[in-house]
Every structure is written in C-alpha cells, then in structure tokens.
Design a protein around this ligand. Structure first.
Ligand code: DC
Length: 685
C-alpha cells in the first residue's frame, strides 16, 4: 500500500485520536490529529490575550505555523503538546474553531500534511471538507454518557479529580457547538462508515478500523474482472463535449486554474475565464478551496490517444452560471431580496439591464427618475419568465417599500387626540385628504367646520392645515379640522355677555318663538313671552322673516352653546307704574266706544269697562251715552298687572255713590218712606 488516506470524524471523546494513533502505529500510517491543531491556535490566541469573541482579532493565524507530527503538536516550531490539553484551551477550542479565517488556515496545513503517502487524519470535517476524496471515511462515535465515563477514567489515571455530570454536560455542549456551527459543522458524510464504540474495547475498535482499511484497499487494488469492466463500460456513458459533470476541486495549480475530479480518465481543467464573468475576480485564491464542488460543462476532451499524447478535459461553468444566476433571480423574487443590476441601454419603454449575464427589463414606470445607462442600480425582481430566462425588475418598488416602512413607523407614533400640522393633498365633495409627513389622513365633510359648509370652497389642495386625530383604526387616520377651530358661539362669547343689546335678523318664525341671526352662523332664540310686555302683542302680524329686531341677551348656555334673547327687556313696561286695587276709584277718559263696552285710559294704561258696567240703559245704543273723550268716574273691579288686565265699572261706582247719599240722608234727616221707596227702586238696578 503506497498511498491511502483515512478520514476519521466524530464527536469529542469518541476516541478518534487515540484509536487513530494506534492504527497509524500498527499499519505504518502518518497520524494527524486536527483537533490538536485547533487547540494550538486556541493556545496562541489565549497567549496573545485577544478577544476570543472577535473573529477580526484572529488575523494572526496567517502568520503562525501549526504542525502535527509524530504525535506532537508544534506551534511556530515549539512543542506545545501538553499545554494544548489544559482545561482553558479545551473550553475555548470550539469557539475558536468556528471562525472561517482559522479553519481556512488549518485546512491548508492539514491538506499539506496529507500529501504524503499513507495518512490517517482525525477531526470533525475531514471527510466532508479537508479530504473529501479520502479512500476511507469513518464516523466514530459513542453515546455521550460513555464518552463522559471514558474522560473521567482518563482523568483518574492522570490523578485529576473529575465530576461525571460536569464532564457529561461539557461533552454535550461541545457536541452541540461542533454540530451547529456555520462553517464545516460536524456531520457524518454519506460515504462514511459509522462505527459506534459505545460497547467496544479499544482493541476491538482498532481491529475494526484496520479491517475496514484492508477491505477497502483490497477492493481498490483488485484487477477488475472482464464482467466488471464490461459492466462499467455499459453503465458509464462515455464523456462527451457538452456533458454536464459535477467535479470536486482537487488542486489549484495557479491563480487561474482549477483541477477537478470529475470521475473520468483525467481531472477536468477549469480556467478562471470559464469560471466567472466578473472582471474583478483575478484569482482562484481565497475564492475556491480544495473540496469545493462545481457543476460544469465539458468543452473539450483529449484522451491522449491522438497525436497529442496528453489527456485533457476542459470545463466551463459559464452556462451553469447563467442557470445559477437565474436561480438566484428566482430566489430574489421569492424571498423579496434586493439585487444590484447594471443598466445597459435605454429603450423606448424602459431600460435593459444585466445581472450575472442575464438580461433584465426595467420598465420606465419602475425606474427611478435619474436612471442612466451604465448605472448600477438596486432593484427587486417583480416578474420572472422562466422559459425565456428573462425577468422584470423595479427600483421604484424599493423606494415604495421604504416609504411604506417609514409611513408605518410614523403612523405608529400618532395617537388619537394628537394635534398635528398637515398639508391638504386633495379635496372632494365629501372629504379632504391631508398628508402628515408620510401618513395620509382623511377629514370627512362633517369634521371640516362647525356649520354646514361646501368643503371645496373652504379647503384647497396645497393649503397647510392644523388637525386633530379623531381615530386611528386599521392604519387609517380620521382627522378633524373643526375640533381645533372655535364655534361661532365661542367666538361670540368672547365679545358679548348677558344684558348686551344686540340686533338680530329674523330667520325663522314659529308659533312659540322667533330665531334671530345675531352673528354669522349664530342664532338666538326669542321666545314669544320675551317679545313684548303686552301679552296681547302678537309678532305674527308685526314681524316678517328678514326683519331686524333689537333685542337684549338674557341667557348664554356655554354647555349647549345656546343664546336666549328678549325684546321686551329693552322696553318700558307701563304697567310697572300701575298702583291700584279692586275698589279703587279713579277718573277715566274714554278712548274707544264699541258695542261691548268702553276702552278707557286709567292709571296711565288702558282699562276696559264692559257694557254691563256702563250706565247705558238696556237695549239702548252705548254710543248714545258715551263718546271718545268723555270723562267719567269708575271703580276698579279687577286688576292683573301681569296680564295687563284692568276692568272698571261706572255703574258700580254710581250705585255706591247713590247708596252713600241715601244713607247720609237717612242719618241727617228723617226721611219719608215715599222718598226712601223712590231710592229703593234705583238701588235695585
Ligand atoms: O478533538 P479535540 O477535542 O482535540 O478538538 C478540539 C476542538 O477543535 C474541538 O472543539 C473541535 C475542533 N475541531 C474542529 O472543529 N475540526 C476538526 N477537524 C478538529 C477539531
């Protein structure tokens, strides 16, 4: 056996290193413990006292040398085999091992050391990353409890006291970290053979691995039978130009060349020009690593049988790139990602752009205003046409999404009751739209003013406006302008008070009241009882709509914002001066004679003497007895100042006087019965 590579991966404490060391010793392999190498970097990092949490501080790995040789670990030439086993290193190694910069450097050292003949390398990613073409891949594992038990025993032998539960926990934590890190996590490769050592002794495991090595080696070196060759020939199609193959990078001979194992008669060669169209990429170094897999198209085959005796397979990834780029466009669409496209040329309806060799169309309506040819523009994919491998992109959508995001954030901060400044953007018959920053709200017509208005005459687009937030439901703002302006009543109240004399125009005339407009959009109520002191005065015959009436404010109700007015408050009440009572006598002057009686002037107001209370003889015409201007004496028989009622009687007074004279006569002279009888007849009436 000249060259044979064994990759052993597995979790911490599965015995990889010890077993590998024994197998190597027995079978003449070089053993490389890659865990020890990560430990060495950890030791260096600890010694440098850098912040282990910051990957940027690990740049030093490119300046150090880590070599594992003959069971010893050398860090910059110094044997650090025992230091790297300290608890501090053990505890921090998985953190350090997750950094890309560290792994790239270690993988480089590991591949270098695997170049020699027979190698057995153990670690976590040997079969998957470091040596994907290893001849034998083994995944060595054991139950966590068993691994913890072994670690305790090991410590016991070294005289170190240890607690099983603590160690078990540490092992579980490390397993988790190793299996869940982003780069090269611990996992069993599909082509690795699982060996569970939980119930095996060390010897049993060693023997098992040696037999697996031998088995694999024998299989490899066995001459194929005719049937096998035939079978191979029939089943394996001959490689042709145009075939699509999957290759694993096995060598990077120079900056611009990759050799890929494509499982054919020779490695495939892939030049940088056929790897990417990106002019900025000038080297494979740092871009591709051994073990990386690529799908390529075969572009040329020379099998060494012609005049040229060398074999050659040329590969290209450019077609694949297009497919991959298109896949990434689909992904960008599905996941709503932004991509950077290059504007190639302007056409009638938009711009043609490119993205990794794919032509894209950006309609004018989806482009930003200042888009120019040769620009690199950030866009989102809005439509993909898989068949023709074309897509439509939009830069506007990003702007729009940002606007929506900003708007939502602004809306979030707005609360009901807030008083805000805005600008009117549109006025319609029933509502106006107001922009407050990026947020748009609506003022319904009824919230524009206190009075009914045609909002198109009050508001116009472009005007600044102060509004109050009435509600915010489902992201919709309802605003009010009127909440921030005074009502006509409030304004009036500032300059008017109860008892003020004002003028109002009659706008409404009802049986019990009048409405007077006393200021624009403000009406006061003039109740009929406040119209005149004279209860008989009826405004129906005196007032028409549109008349101006002088009134006094007699009540202002701030809560209901109503105003009561009085006309009579401005007038003298002649009845105030009337001082009389039933039985009082007075001189009256006839003002009017009518069939029912007399209207007379008495105590400065109008009194009334019914026909029955005059001296008119029955069935005779009253005007034969009384004329306007006549004066007479009368007695008050009923008075109601409030009702403006004063009723008098001439007759009763006359009778009274007659009786008084009669009584006087009876007292002063011995009256004769005949005279007395005469008077009796008079008094009867
Ligand atoms: O096997 P070990 O305990 O000596 O490994 C030390 C650390 O290095 C451990 O946390 C896993 C990590 N490691 C790794 O990430 N990749 C490897 N190939 C080997 C070890």
């Amino acid at each position: 056996m000249k060259k044979f590579i064994v990759a052993i991966d597995g979790p911490a404490g599965s015995g990889k290193s010890s077993i590998s060391a024994i197998v190597a010793e027995k079978e003449g392999f070089t053993h490389i413990d890659t865990g020890a190498m990560y430990r060495a970097v950890t030791l260096e990092a600890l010694q440098r006292k850098i912040n282990l949490e910051d990957e940027n501080e690990f740049k030093f790995v490119n300046d150090i040398d880590v070599i594992y040789k003959e069971g010893k670990t050398f860090l910059n030439g110094k044997d650090v085999s025992s230091e790297i086993r300290s608890q501090e290193v053990t505890n921090n190694a998985s953190l350090v091992a997750k950094y890309k910069i560290v792994r790239d450097r270690m993988v480089f050292f590991q591949r270098e050391s695997a170049k020699t003949g027979k190698v057995i390398m153990d670690g976590r990613d040997i079969g998957s990353v470091v040596l994907p073409n290893a001849n034998l891949k083994i995944f060595l594992t054991a139950r966590a409890e068993e691994r913890a038990r072994r670690r305790c025993k090991e410590n016991e032998l070294k005289g170190i006291e240890s607690d099983f539960d603590t160690i078990l926990n540490e092992i579980k934590v490390r397993d988790y970290k190793d299996a869940h890190r982003e780069i090269a996590p611990l996992k069993k490769c599909d082509d690795a053979i699982m060996v569970d050592t939980t119930n095996m002794t060390i010897d049993e495991v060693v023997n098992k691995i040696i037999s697996l090595i031998n088995e694999r080696y024998n299989k490899m070196s066995k001459e194929p039978s005719f049937e096998e060759l035939l079978n191979d020939f029939e089943n394996k199609p001959t490689l042709r130009v145009g075939d699509i193959v999957e290759g694993v990078v096995v060598s990077i001979p120079d900056d611009k060349t990759l050799l890929l194992d494509i499982k054919s008669f020779t490695e495939g060669t892939l030049h940088l020009n056929y790897f990417t169209k990106d002019k900025d990429v000038t080297s494979f170094k740092g871009l591709v690593k051994l073990g990386d897999k690529f799908t390529c198209k075969v572009t040329k085959i020379e099998n060494g049988q012609g005049r040229n005796d060398h074999s050659l397979i040329m590969l290209s990834r450019l077609d694949q790139l297009k497919g991959e780029a298109f896949d990434s466009l689909i992904k960008a669409k599905d996941e709503n990602l932004e991509i950077n496209v290059h504007v190639l040329k302007e056409v009638n309806s938009g711009f043609l752009c490119t993205y990794n060799g794919i032509e894209l169309f950006m309609p004018k309506s989806q482009a930003l205003k200042d888009t120019k040819v040769k620009d690199d523009v950030l866009v989102k994919v809005i439509e993909v046409e898989e068949k023709r491998k074309r897509a439509v992109v939009s830069a506007k959508i990003i702007e729009h999404e940002k606007y929506i995001k900003d708007r939502d954030a602004e809306l979030e901060k707005i609360n009901v009751g807030d008083k805000l400044d805005g600008v009117i953007t549109k006025v319609e018959k029933y509502a106006a739209f107001v922009k407050i920053g990026n947020v748009t709200g609506i003022i319904k017509a009824r919230d524009v003013a206190h009075e009914f208005v045609d909002i198109t005459t009050v508001l116009k687009a472009g005007d600044e406006i102060k509004v109050e937030v009435l509600s915010k439901e489902n992201g919709k703002l309802q605003l009010s302008r009127k909440a921030l302006i005074k009502t006509a009543y409030q304004e009036y109240k500032e300059t008017h008070k109860v008892s003020d004399k004002v003028q109002g125009r009659v706008t409404n005339k009802q049986p019990g009241y009048l409405l007077l407009e006393i200021a624009p959009n403000l009406k006061g109520l003039l109740h009929q009882s406040e119209y005149s002191w004279n209860p008989n005065d009826n405004y129906n015959n005196q007032v028409v709509i549109g008349d101006m009436v002088d009134v006094a404010i007699i009540q202002m109700n701030d809560e209901k914002e109503t105003i009561r007015l009085s006309r009579k408050a401005l007038m003298d009440n002649p009845w105030d001066k009337v001082e009389c009572k039933v039985g009082d006598e007075t001189n009256v002057k006839v003002k009017e004679v009518n069939p029912k009686g007399l209207v007379v002037e008495a105590f400065g107001v109008d009194g009334y003497i019914p026909l029955s209370e005059t001296m008119t003889e029955e069935k005779k015409d009253i005007s034969d007895y009384y004329a306007v201007g006549d004066e007479a004496k009368a007695v008050v028989i009923d008075v109601n100042k409030k009702e403006w009622k004063l009723k008098l009687s001439i007759k009763k007074l006359a009778n009274k006087e007659a009786r008084a004279e009669f009584e006087k006569y009876l007292k002063t002279e011995e009256a004769s019965t005949s005279i007395g009888d005469q008077f009796k007849e008079v008094l009867k009436k």
